[in-house]
Ligand binder design. Sequence first.
Ligand code: IMP
Ligand code: MG
Length: 175
Amino acid sequence: MQILLTEDELREGVHRMTSEIAEHYGNRPLTIVGILTGSVVLMADMIRLLEMPLRVGVLQARSYHGPTTTRGSLIINDDLMPDIEGREVLLLDDIFDTGHTLKEVETRIRRFHPADVRSSVLLYKEGRQEVKMIPDFIGFKIPNEFVVGYGLDYEDAYRNLPYLAALEEEDLKLE
Ligand code: IMP
Ligand code: MG
């Protein structure tokens, strides 16, 4: 594994992005909706830096990979979502890769009639986007590598690393 962003660099980037968010919303009430599971570390760090009246919710998005190698269909579970009708909502995810996840989650969220929906991601993988959508707040732009740590996983491992690392060929055949 190769370290891409150290703990200090991550902290600095999260502070920078959170300041932009704080500046945008001012003291207006905000509902942050984190997309499970990758956003949990970012969410924990971010919400403690925000001072406006804040609500926190989560939803789960995961792609179901069937027997084919094509991109699996996305399963969104919004059972745990708080009431967002008429509220300003900020979606939070770990990484924007093709963009399908965030785009579909945004579409789903709008069914609950929020006043506004914006999105923020820790990481934006360059050159991978397949949708017409750009997150409103981005922590870091990174090259097209598979990364883990700070909430991001490979087969559900490595989420607890305090830094961000790029997996190398040999790491991809985890036991
Ligand atoms: P998208 O729908 O292609 O934008 O993919 C978004 C989801 O894929 C993220 O929420 C992650 O769960 C996962 N993902 C994409 N790239 C990576 C990566 O480099 N490491 C870990 N997870 C990733
Ligand atoms: Mg994820």
